[in-house]
Design a binder for this molecule. Structure first.
Ligand code: ADP
Ligand code: MG
Length: 695
């Protein structure tokens, strides 16, 4: 009987049933699943590292003989297990290493004198010894298994309880022995990468060389990316086939708005508005992303689009991720649109308010909405859930999409008759991510800042410099400016050992007395928040002590200093967002990043922010530091997590996969051609995963 990828593990005669059960519980029920459980790293056991005689930055992989073991009791209950190993064929000098475990009963039972060990870990010099604490290790048994565990590039798989990497390696080996390669279907089209899939799967687990491993990996990363991009393209094709109706007036109101502004629109704003206008005028529903760094002026673009929409007799909605932002948008909208007689209403979980109930002139004789009904609704997510009662929703604008899931976007679409959707984000995502997360959207980019912006100067400082910083802030406030002081305290995690904003508030009130300071954080009730923000906007309050609730969108041009404490706790992109709150007026602005410790390491990471103000550059640096994992989380992207590929390292492959997926859907939208059978499999697989995640 031949083994195929579909064969359940419990049907393999060489695998004991209890092991099959453990693997199934580990999420690996079939041969196919097992083979997609790729090694997390490899050890080249053809050529071990030499025994280190000092501390190293990188882990080493060495092999040696156990000379001595000892167990010592320290501090009563604690036990320390030392294993002295000696390099094979080493001279009397060097070539010795101590592996040390604390309270690891099971290790004590596994290692005895005379064993050969492969050890992997970071050595530290301590006194006369070189020690690796809690290394990964494997006992080399001198059985016939050498060809699996030794003298080759050996895979180290993530293990599970009851199954060690060594046992798992053996199982994978045995499975591959029996796998019938001709039953392994080719999934990636030949044109994209002709490497045989079965070969690639084999090489991933037991590579013949680093070169062939790279080749195998390339094929499987392409497979993974293609699966993702096929799902994105399918979605895109689906959206393009939807029918709606045009939601675009002649543009008279928009012209009046633009005429009322004290500044001209930037070229980028004009271009984006033109792109959106074309979409609104088309009967195909718009699905567009408006992408632009903080302060690039997205709100005005959105407002222009909304005017075009309501002029055609429809309603428009703007959704913000937080209460504060919704209220701020509401105020901006009323300030600019009341004079035009546009009725704007606020609707959030906590508050409802109608404005402009007595328009100066009947705003739209062609409107179908009842008189007095708002033209524009501004709110939070609540708009989605409590059936906001749109009578004729023509355009939904979603602000700061990175906090807004794909699911919500879909829900919105369900509410009306296929409204146009404009998503705005200030998160300067690297291009690979954009084409993944937002791959189904058209994109307009605001790549130009309005003229006359004050510069932001950023400085990273040790905590010992805090008094100097306070003195500097005081000077700025005395000169009539305002400031933000930010703490890395997140609403839900009060236990975070960050300095409590409340305690710091007392400190700053004293430091800056008699100037007025106020405290704002996630737990302040909405009405109070509103009042605090109003006092800050009016200039009555000079310093706002805040958690990241001020993260996005808050707009007070007179505030020109931001001090962030424990800055290393934030991601770079997040700090970039935060500092976008300043540099909004004509004044020179200052962002002071105070680290939690005096250590250079914490400061080093933040230096990128001193060097550049370019959001995209920062996003790339951030991605490099943090990895793309959390950015690709389901809630945000609606896409499965990556198994193998790396959005940063493999950016070129993502581009390749994207172009290919587009092309395939253009030529063969139903994937019916024989050459696309593999793509159909990949697409269905991705859809299944997405469904499983959502439910
Ligand atoms: P963001 O893209 O971060 O949402 P906003 O839309 O909040 O940016 O705009 C930031 C500030 O810039 C606002 O005060 C807005 O009035 C102002 N602004 C927008 N467009 C221009 C422009 N073309 N010229 C000058 N200032 C502008
Ligand atoms: Mg904004």
């Amino acid at each position: 009987m031949g083994v195929t990828l579909e064969t359940p593990l419990d049907e393999l005669d060489f695998l004991p049933p209890n092991r099959a059960r453990l693997l199934e519980r580990f999420g690996l029920p079939t041969v196919g699943a097992l083979l997609l459980h790729f090694p997390r790293r490899y050890e080249d056991r053809n050529q071990f590292d030499r025994f280190p005689n000092d501390t190293t930055d990188q882990p080493v992989c060495v092999c040696g003989m156990v000379k001595k073991t000892s167990i010592r009791r320290i501090r009563g209950w604690q036990k320390m297990f030392d294993v002295l190993i000696e390099e094979d064929g080493a001279s009397a000098f060097g070539g010795r290493l101590v592996c040390r475990w604390f309270n690891s009963h099971w290790v004590e039972k596994m290692i005895v004198q005379g064993h050969r060990l492969v050890v992997y870990g970071k050595p530290k010099r301590s006194g006369g010894n070189v020690i690796i604490a809690h290394p990964e290790f494997e006992v080399i048994e001198d059985d016939a298994e050498e060809s699996i565990h030794l003298r080759r590039i050996v895979p180290i798989h993530a293990a599970t309880e009851g199954i060690s990497p060594r046992v798992l390696r053996r199982i994978v080996w045995d499975v591959l022995e029996q796998l019938q390669d001709d039953t392994v279907e080719q999934l990636v089209p030949e044109k994209l990468d002709a490497t045989p899939r079965a070969w690639a799967l084999r090489e991933m687990h037991f590579p013949a060389s680093m070169e062939s491993l790279a080749k195998a990996r390339r094929h499987l990363v392409l497979e993974e990316f293609l699966a993702m991009q096929l799902a994105v393209s399918a979605k895109r094709t689906e959206l393009k086939a939807e029918r709606g109706e045009p939601h675009c007036g002649p543009g008279e109101w928009m012209r009046r708005l633009h005429d009322s502004l004290p500044f001209p629109l930037t070229k980028a704003q004009q271009r984006s508005i033109a792109e959106i206008r074309d979409d609104l005028a088309s009967s195909r529903p718009m699905n567009r992303l408006l992408h632009g760094d903080v302060g690039s002026g997205k709100t005005l673009v959105a407002m222009s689009a909304m005017l075009l929409c309501i002029e055609a007799g429809f309603q428009a909605a703007l959704m913000a991720p937080t209460q504060i932002l919704a209220e701020q948008h509401y105020l901006t909208f009323r300030r600019l649109l009341d004079p035009l007689g546009v009725r704007v209403a606020l609707r959030t979980g906590a508050r409802r308010e109608y404005g402009g109930e007595m328009p100066l002139f009947d705003p739209s004789p062609r409107t179908d909405s009842a008189p007095g009904e708002p033209h524009i609704l501004v709110g939070t997510h609540a708009l989605l859930y409590e059936g906001a009662g749109f009578t004729r929703l023509g355009l939904a604008v979603i602000d700061e999409q990175h906090k807004f899931g794909v699911v919500q976007r879909a829900r919105l679409r369900e509410q009306g008759s296929a409204p146009d959707v404009l998503v705005m984000t200030a998160t300067p995502l690297p291009r690979t991510l954009t084409m993944t997360i937002y791959g189904d959207l058209d994109v307009s980019t605001l790549d130009e800042m309005p003229a006359g912006r004050g510069k932001i100067i950023t400085g990273v400082r040790a905590p010992s410099k805090l008094p100097e910083a306070a003195k500097f802030i005081r000077e700025q406030l005395d000169a009539g400016r305002q400031c933000y002081i930010v703490y890395p305290l997140i609403e839900e995690s009060e236990k975070l050992e960050a300095k409590a904003a409340t305690a710091e508030f007392a400190k700053w009130s004293e430091l800056l007395a008699p100037l007025k300071c106020e405290l704002i954080h996630g737990r302040v009730p909405p009405e109070e928040k509103d009042a605090i923000m109003t006092r800050f906007r009016s200039g009555e309050t000079k310093a706002l002590i805040a958690t990241t609730v001020i993260e996005v969108g808050v707009d007070v041009p007179n505030a020109n200093v931001m001090l962030i404490e424990n800055a290393e706790r934030f991601g770079l992109a997040q700090i970039h967002q935060l500092r976008g709150r300043i540099g909004r007026g004509e004044h020179k602005s200052y962002c002071i990043l105070i680290t939690g410790t005096d250590e250079e390491e914490a400061m080093e990471k933040l230096r990128v922010l001193e060097k550049t103000n370019d959001g995209f550059e920062i996003a790339e640096a951030d991605l490099r530091l943090r990895g793309a994992g959390d950015l690709l989380g389901t809630a945000q992207s609606g896409l499965p997590p990556l198994r193998l590929g790396d959005l940063f390292r493999d950016a070129d492959l993502m581009k390749l996969a994207r172009n290919h997926a587009y092309l395939i859907f253009e030529q063969d939208p139903k994937l019916e051609r024989p050459g696309h059978a593999g793509c159909r499999v990949l697409l269905n697989e991705t859809r299944r995963t997405i469904l499983a995640q959502v439910s």
